[in-house]
Design a protein around this ligand. Sequence first.
Ligand code: GDD
Ligand code: MG
Length: 363
Amino acid sequence: MKALVLAGGFGTRLRPLSCSRPKMLFPIANKPLIDYTLEALSKEESVDTVILAVYYMAESLVRYLGPTKYDLGILYSREQRPLGTGGPVKKAKDMLNGESFMVMNGDLLTDFDYKRLIDYHKEKGGIATIALTQVNDPSRYGSVELDWEGRITRFVEKPEFGKAPSNLINAGIYIMEPEIFDYIPDGRKVRIETEVFPKLAEEQKLYGFESHGFWMDIGEHHDYLSANERVLERNNLNECGEKTQIAPSTVIKKPCNFGDNVRIGADCVIGPNVSLGNNVQIGKGCKIENSVVFEGATIEDYSSVKGAILGENSVLERWVKVESGSLVGDYAQISDGVTITEGVTICPSKTIEESILTPKQVM
Ligand code: GDD
Ligand code: MG
C-alpha cells in the first residue's frame, strides 16, 4: 500500500517560524516531525512507499529526506500551485496504481494503529474511511456524526461554536479506494473536507473509525509546544547530544532533550520540558522551562524563558525575560533587560530594544 502524506501547507499559524521551514521539519524533541511519521508508517507492514505531496518549501523536504528512509521508498508529487487537501490526492492518481491507499495530513503526531484502520475499511467496504478521535473543542477540526454501523452521516468542517455534530473529529488519516478520484475535480485547489466528504457522507459511502491513543495536530504554537512536551514526557527523556557541556552547578529537571555541542553555564535551572537544538549556548544563572529552543540560539546570563519558542540563531542578551506563549523568530535579537510578555511574536531578524508588555506581532 502507498501512503500519501499532505506536506505542502504554509503553516500559517506557526509563522514566523514556518517562514523558513515547513511544518513537517519542525523539531519535536530535536527530531523533525516527518521522521516520526515515516518511522510509524515503516512499522505498518502493508505500507512500502510514501508519496509526499509537496508545495511550500518543497525543496527543503526533498533535500532532507531523499529517495528512501526507514526502508520506505519516498516519491514526491510536486504542485505548481497549492492544491489544498483534495487536489493533491487527484494529482497523485497515476502514482497510486489503482489500489487502495492511505492519505494523511503531514502535521500530525500520533501513535494510532494503522492496521486496525485498514482492516476496518476493508470490512466496511466504503469509498473512504476516516480515522476519528475525541477532542474537547471540535471547532478547529472536522466534526462528524456517526451512525450505529460506523457510517459518517454528516461531516462539518470547522463547525461554529455549539454547532458541531459531536466531539468526534477527523484525525486527518484516511484509507481510500480509487473510486474517490471521481469525486475530486481536476487541476484546481480542492478542500476534501468541504467538497468531497460531505458528498460521500450523503451517499453513505463514508465510514469513520474511532482510533485511540496519542494524537495531536501541531499546527498552532501551543499545540507544537504540547507535542514536544508529550514526546519528552512519554520517553521520559533526558538526553544530551555529543560534546554537550553542562556546568556542574546547573540543575536539569527531567524531561529534557539537548542537541549536540550545547553549552550551559553555571547556576542555571533548565527544565522540565525543554528541548535545546544543536549549538545552543546558554550563559550563567538562566532559567528555562517548557520551551523549545532551535539550533544555534544564544541565551546570555540571567535570562529566563518560559513556555516559549526561540527560533534558529536568535539571541537573548542578559537579563531578558521571555514569557508564555511568545515566539521569537530566527535571527531575532532581544537586548539587555527587555521583557516580552505573553502572546508576543517577534519576526525574524528583528532587534528589540524595549520591553513589550501587551500581546502583539512585531514585524
Ligand atoms: N500538498 C499540499 N498542498 N498540502 C497541503 C496544502 C496544499 O495546498 N494545504 C494544506 N496542506 C497540508 C498541510 O501541510 C497539512 O499537513 C494538511 O494538509 C492539513 O492542512 P491544515 O491546514 O493543517 O488543516 P487543519 O489542521 O486546519 O484541518 C485539517 O486537519 C484536521 C486534523 O488535524 C482538516 O482535515 C480537519 O478536518 C481535521 O480535523
Ligand atoms: Mg493541521
